[in-house]
Design a protein around this ligand. Structure first.
Ligand code: HEC
Ligand code: HEC
Ligand code: HEC
Length: 429
């Protein structure tokens, strides 16, 4: 009903409100300001443009990456300067309109899977820099597959209703009470970085629920932990921890940036360093930093749960439950060679400190165990072999229940069997 009404409103409003913008002859690359292009390149890294606009094995920015949403699968578009299949015929104004209002050159509504609800905060100058940079990229002729969405979601005019309800395009307004670095960080996090697209939960119509700002959510089948004030990470987040995480793709007291966070970090590697510092400074300001003593206390307490050389299945600290004992045996056989008492900083983080183990669902732990951790650009030496083929469903249940029992004080996960099936069905990240 509600959707029908939104659709109807949309139907009356569409054609009247947004016209097509005239095609242009492709921009002359030589005439572009080199400084502006360079700035655009650094900003594109914060915006993950290439992450979403490149399909596996495809040319950069040529599109075709499938993005699963609760409303169907949307394919990213070709944003190379090819005039026929990309955005080569788009003027700077058409590009601005897309970034701020989610309208394409021809006047069609775009889906917010393209995070324009965040990009609307980006200044016109920064959007112009992104445009200039994209225009210098090689033009690629490629058209993405058609979206796989059922009606009414496939009918773009319903997005008019969505925008009336949820989209308030306004460029970021600096907070005069805060310094320049804080404002820079806040601007990048809320705008181009679109961190909230994954870290803030969405309502039933797919819009960010801003009352639960950074409260944690779900993305591409991964649990997304809360960050900032709502973070419930065992070891609190300090400025240093954020810097390690953002620059190195992991922090000793929090673990690795896995799943959809991996490409975000890899993309940030190409960004301006000062911008990463600004992002870390802003994030740090959202919650009181723990003292060094408080961090040490938590880390020591959790590290005491790590396996020691002398330990054997069924020995000290062993569970009594039979399933958990089988899980312990599997952990000993397969995992302990890496996940044990940390005698060097090149070893994995104590499992009890990680978001995966402390999550309300077993999804991240399962994806990690089943699909492994591939070498990322930021943390190439931290890899883990995929175990999906080597561990049967029954043993996987025991193993996952065991690690949760052993490394946290939290209640056992429920729905582990279903989560295993979901994880197996999913491609590796
Ligand atoms: C989370 C994934 C995601 C990210 C990040 C992303 N895009 Fe997109 N973008 C999409 C999707 C999906 C579409 C297609 C939306 C549709 O078909 O309605 C799209 C569409 C567009 C369009 C409209 C193109 C057309 O032909 O209609 C432009 C322009 C664009 N993106 C530019 C960018 C830029 C610039 C960045 C980086 C600042 C960026 N995108 C980052 C997913 C993304
Ligand atoms: C595409 C979705 C996505 C986007 C966009 C995203 N994140 Fe994440 N983020 C995740 C996921 C998933 C995890 C959990 C990773 C894991 O458990 O290995 C995560 C984890 C984190 C963590 C670690 C939290 C913890 O307690 O372990 C931080 C910090 C973080 N993200 C910051 C950011 C910032 C800052 C941005 C914006 C620049 C951002 N994220 C954008 C999906 C995303
Ligand atoms: C070859 C070494 C190796 C083996 C074997 C291994 N892991 Fe890992 N594992 C790692 C590394 C490295 C990380 C990344 C941790 C970090 O950044 O500190 C990791 C991360 C994880 C995480 C995610 C923690 C996070 O940072 O978000 C889980 C859960 C996990 N491992 C469980 C297991 C289980 C269960 C097994 C046995 C089935 C196993 N691992 C086997 C090396 C290994």
């Amino acid at each position: 009903m509600a959707l029908g009404a939104i659709g109807l409103v949309g139907f009356y409003l569409i054609a009247t409100r947004y016209g097509a913008m005239a095609p242009i002859t492709p921009v002359e690359v030589a005439a572009l300001d080199a400084k502006l292009v360079e700035k655009g390149e650094l900003l594109a890294a914060v915006g993950d443009c290439q992450v979403c606009h490149t399909r596996p094995g495809g040319e950069p920015y040529a599109g075709g990456l499938p993005l699963p949403t609760p409303f169907g699968t949307i394919y990213s578009t070709n944003i190379t300067p090819d005039p026929a299949t990309g955005i080569g015929a788009w003027s700077g104004e058409a590009f601005q309109r897309a970034m701020h209002q989610g309208i394409d050159r021809e006047g069609n509504h775009l889906y917010p899977a393209f995070p324009y609800d965040h990009f609307a905060l980006v200044t016109e100058d920064d959007v112009a820099a992104l445009y200039a940079y994209l225009m210098t990229q090689p033009a690629v002729e490629y058209t993405q597959p058609a979206n796989d969405m059922p009606f009414p979601f496939s009918f773009r005019p319903i997005l008019e209703g969505w925008k009336i309800l949820f989209h308030r395009p306004q460029v970021y307004q600096p907070d005069p009470e805060r310094d320049e670095e804080w404002n820079r960080g806040a601007y990048l996090v809320a705008g181009l970085g679109h961190c909230g697209a994954c870290h803030t939960p969405r309502n039933a119509l797919g819009a960010s629920d801003t009352s639960k700002f950074f409260g944690g959510s779900e993305a591409e089948g991964w649990y997304v932990p809360a960050i900032g004030a709502a973070s419930h990470s065992p070891a609190g987040w300090t400025m240093d921890a954020y810097l390690n995480y953002l620059f190195d793709g992991r922090d000793e007291h929090h673990g690795i940036a896995g799943g959809p966070m991996g490409p975000v970090i890899d993309s940030l590697l190409e960004a301006d360093e000062d911008d990463i510092f600004a992002i870390a400074a802003y994030l740090t300001s959202l919650k009181e930093e723990p003292s060094a003593e408080a961090t040490k206390e938590v880390v020591t307490r959790v590290a005491a749960l790590d396996w020691t050389e002398a330990e054997r299945p069924g020995g000290a600290n062993a569970p009594t439950d039979e399933g958990l004992l089988r899980g312990e045996q599997k952990f000993f056989d397969t995992c302990v060679r890496c996940h044990k008492e940390r005698i060097s900083s090149s070893m994995p983080t104590s499992l009890g400190l990680t978001a995966a183990m402390n999550a309300p669902t077993p999804d991240n732990a399962l994806h990690t165990i089943i699909h492994g951790i591939k070498a990322s650009r930021a943390a190439p030496q931290f890899t883990m072999p995929a175990q999906g083929d080597a561990i049967s469903d029954d043993v996987m249940v025991d193993l996952v229940n065991y690690v949760r029992w052993r490394f946290t004080d939290l209640p056992a996960w429920t729905g582990v069997e279903d989560a295993i099936a979901r994880s197996r069905a999913m491609g590796s990240h």
